[in-house]
Design a protein. Structure first.
Length: 452
């Protein structure tokens, strides 16, 4: 029986790992070509991994909730015939070095031949262990570096993984407990100058601490789900990366409101789509980006990367309360009808958790509508690696001064605040303010005589 290696597929250019959510098939189960074997999740989207061939699952190398690097072998499928020829697809591809990993389980210091390991990325035996004989996966090391956890502190963390390895859950629990117990920090950091061994008994008290808080303070401890943890990490990273500045303008969108009210029924009957304010706002943003292309950039070290494509992401709230940002590619090339179809389609797929990986990649600017929740304005956090994000507030009727041929008059108008947060490393006040004002101008100059 020939064997085919099922590898963790690449879900996007910036995605380096994925988490196994569920094994739909188990060892011994038969699978058909293109039949779903497992469900995975990245920091962008959840996906199903299909079988490249007909066969039987012979081996599963990683378990549910484990995080696995892209390109790693996650399962072995046995097939009939002399040599298996898997279907060419982005989900599955063969690697020449993978068999070596499998056969070297007795010769390599820290192998991953068993399905039990708790750490998905612990299959990298070349990872350094510094002066310690204890293995730490790249993911654990990354978290430790981010949280300023020394090697001595790592040595004190009790591991729940294979052979006592520290898993992602172990180190995250330790970080949470350390934050809730600031007084314990000096005791843990003291061994850095000496040795870790004398302080090892100090680690266990961190375990009952969280339970004590829950019992005495009458509070409920809620663990963040995977998406919320990712959002939290991205938001913190963005604030650390970009010096945020936010500018505001108030715009008169009376023409837009009146036009939409007039045509929305006819628009849906003719095109089968509901016309919302979002595509109208997005059209104004796309025009302004063409006028100020240096807002459509990203920062790479000491260089500025100017993006030729205008790909506008729209922040979309999910039923779970989390957030996702599908992207409308080449938004400046679409008319209002095209933008409407894109906005409605992406929003519907987002709420149904059916977005493809390519639909949330490549954004160059983001639009978020805080007015949906009745907020008049907000100070949004930049969606890295972009350098600007626009928030549109709630539309409210207000008395405003209107210039007419008979002089200034006070009238009831539909007014809205726009908030632009931008990266002050590359977007100065002149550029950011001018760009924001141009968006407002396009909204106020909306052609309310156009037909559908």
């Amino acid at each position: 029986m020939a064997q085919v290696e099922l590898i963790m597929p690449k879900m996007g250019e910036s995605i380096m790992e994925a988490t196994i959510l569920k094994w739909v098939k188990q060892v011994g189960d038969s699978v058909e070509e293109d039949e779903t074997i497992l469900e995975i999740a990245t920091d962008k989207v959840d996906s199903e991994v299909p079988s490249p061939v007909d066969g039987v699952i012979q081996e599963i190398r990683f378990q549910e909730d484990e995080t696995v690097e892209i390109g790693k072998v996650i399962a072995i499928i046995g097939t009939d015939g002399e040599e298996a020829t898997p279907k060419a697809s982005p989900s599955v591809k063969e690697t020449a070095e993978a068999p070596a990993e499998k056969t070297s389980s007795n010769g390599i210091d820290k192998p991953e031949p068993q399905p039990e390991p708790a750490m998905a990325s612990a299959d990298a035996p070349v990872e350094r262990t510094d002066s310690s004989n204890r293995f730490y996966s790249p993911l654990v090391r990354t978290i430790a570096e981010k949280e300023d956890i020394s090697m001595a502190e790592l040595e004190q963390i009790s591991g729940s993984g294979l052979q006592g390895r520290v898993t992602k859950k172990d180190i995250l629990a330790y970080v949470e407990n350390r934050k809730s117990q600031p007084s314990s920090a000096p005791e843990l950091k003291a061994p850095v100058q000496e040795t870790a061994a004398p302080k090892q008994p100090k680690a266990p008290p961190a375990q009952p601490a969280s339970a004590g808080v829950s019992a005495s303070d009458n509070v409920e401890i809620i663990e963040m789900d995977r998406m919320r943890r990712i959002i939290a990490d991205h938001m913190v990273n963005s604030k650390k990366t970009s010096p945020h500045v936010t500018s505001f303008v108030e715009v008169d969108v009376t023409k837009i409101v009146n036009w939409r009210n007039k045509v929305k029924k006819q628009f849906q009957e003719k095109h089968g789509e509901k016309i919302t304010f979002t595509p109208i706002f997005m059209e104004a943003v796309a025009k302004a980006i063409r006028d100020f292309p240096m807002v459509n950039v990203s920062v790479d070290g000491n260089t500025i990367v100017r993006k030729k494509n205008v790909n506008i992401g729209m922040a979309t709230a999910l039923p779970s309360g989390n957030l996702i940002v599908p992207v409308i590619k080449n938004a400046d090339h679409l008319n209002l009808m095209g933008l409407t179809r894109q906005v409605n389609g992406l929003a519907a797929r987002a709420r149904a958790n059916k977005l493809g990986a390519d639909e949330i990649q490549g954004g160059t600017f983001t639009l978020t509508n805080v007015g949906t929740f009745g907020n008049v304005m907000g100070t949004p956090i930049i969606n890295q690696p972009q350098v600007a994000i626009l928030a549109v507030g709630a539309i409210r009727k207000k008395p405003a001064v209107v210039e007419t041929e008979y002089g200034d008059l006070i009238a009831v108008r539909h007014m809205m605040f726009l908030s632009l947060s931008y990266d002050h490393r590359v977007v100065d006040g002149f550029l950011g303010g001018s760009f924001l004002r141009r968006i407002g101008d396009y909204m106020e100059q909306f052609d309310d005589t156009q037909t559908i």
